[in-house]
Design a protein around this ligand. Structure first.
Ligand code: SAM
Length: 284
């Protein structure tokens, strides 16, 4: 494979060792250095692929300092591949600083497509896939986790999280409390022998998980159906126009103009303006 010196972002399997592309294998065999999150862990894969690689550790604790040395290698004409323990590097894995620094230094970054637990799980979840948001891991502490979930409560896109088996039950219990009957899908051990999908409303999912601790074991992707859009909700850009016009005009005129600009009903805007005015006057 003939190619200019570059940093290659190389996805590796998330369980089933057959889930690696031909191109990924060729790149790993061709590069001068493979930067890996855990060199011992990655040796297993490289041995399986019969690739003798020059491995170098790049993890959360040394990424900033290792980045410069790797960039220097590429600038001197070498090629480097970045891999993580599983799946796509940078997706809840190290590599962000390295890629950012490469971009700043004008070093070519070549991404390879491949395994990613979030996308693998979503594709078979039965939840809407046209719009979704990947939220990585939730905070480990209860208060911070609940704050994050509350922040995301009105999100209408499908939510995807990575979750630790130790925290899954508590997180689903929190979801039952905060999100009510929203549909939840737990995808476990993707691409492995005990791969499973379970789809239930949040309270039923909490009960189902609590009934058998084996149901929380393994690697987990947690997905939640987005909130149902409120048909009466006024879009934020309309609210912004109304607020701006209200600074200069009486409410009735501001509501009429906003309605004309955005093609919405003026009565709802007028009503909202009156409600806001009464809240402000109560507060004074
Ligand atoms: N970079 C990886 C990717 O592209 O998916 C994710 C790395 S992150 C440190 C590890 C988390 O991904 C696990 O805790 C789990 O939530 C999820 N994960 C990874 N492999 C999985 C699998 N085979 N089945 C279900 N979830 C998995």
């Amino acid at each position: 494979m003939q190619s200019p010196p570059s940093l290659y972002i190389v996805p590796t399997p998330i369980g089933n060792l057959a889930d690696i592309t031909q191109r990924a294998i060729e790149v790993l065999a061709m590069v001068d250095v493979v930067a890996a999150e855990d060199t011992r862990h990655s040796s297993v894969l490289l041995n399986h692929l019969q690739i003798k690689a020059n491995l170098l550790a790049l993890h959360d604790h040394n990424e900033q300092q290792r980045a410069d040395a790797l960039i220097a290698r590429v600038q001197q004409g070498q090629s480097v591949a970045l891999i993580s323990d599983a799946g796509t590097p940078l997706i809840s894995d190290p590599g962000y600083h390295l890629v950012t620094r490469c971009r700043e230094a004008g070093v070519r970054v070549i991404p390879l497509p491949g395994a990613c637990a979030a996308i693998t799980a979503l594709s078979a979840s039965g939840l809407p896939t046209d719009r979704f948001t990947f939220e990585g891991f939730l905070p480990a502490k209860e208060k911070a986790r609940d704050d994050r979930l509350t922040e995301l409560q009105d999100e209408t896109r499908t939510l995807i999280f990575y979750e630790s088996p130790r925290r899954l039950l508590e997180t689903v219990q929190a979801l039952a409390r905060l999100y009510g009957e929203r549909q939840i899908v737990v995808a476990r051990e993707l691409t492995k022998t005990f791969e499973s999908f379970q789809s239930l409303p949040a309270p039923a999912m909490a009960e189902w998980l609590a009934a058998d601790s084996n149901r929380c074991r393994g690697e987990i992707v947690l997905m939640i159906a987005g909130a149902k859009p409120d048909p009466d909700a006024i879009p934020s850009e309309v609210l912004c126009t109304l607020a701006l016009l209200q600074k200069e005009l009486p409410l009735k005129r501001a509501a009429a103009l906003t309605a004309e600009i955005h093609g919405v009903k003026k009565n709802a805007l007028y009503k909202l303006g009156l409600e806001q005015a009464s809240v402000y006057s109560e507060g004074t």
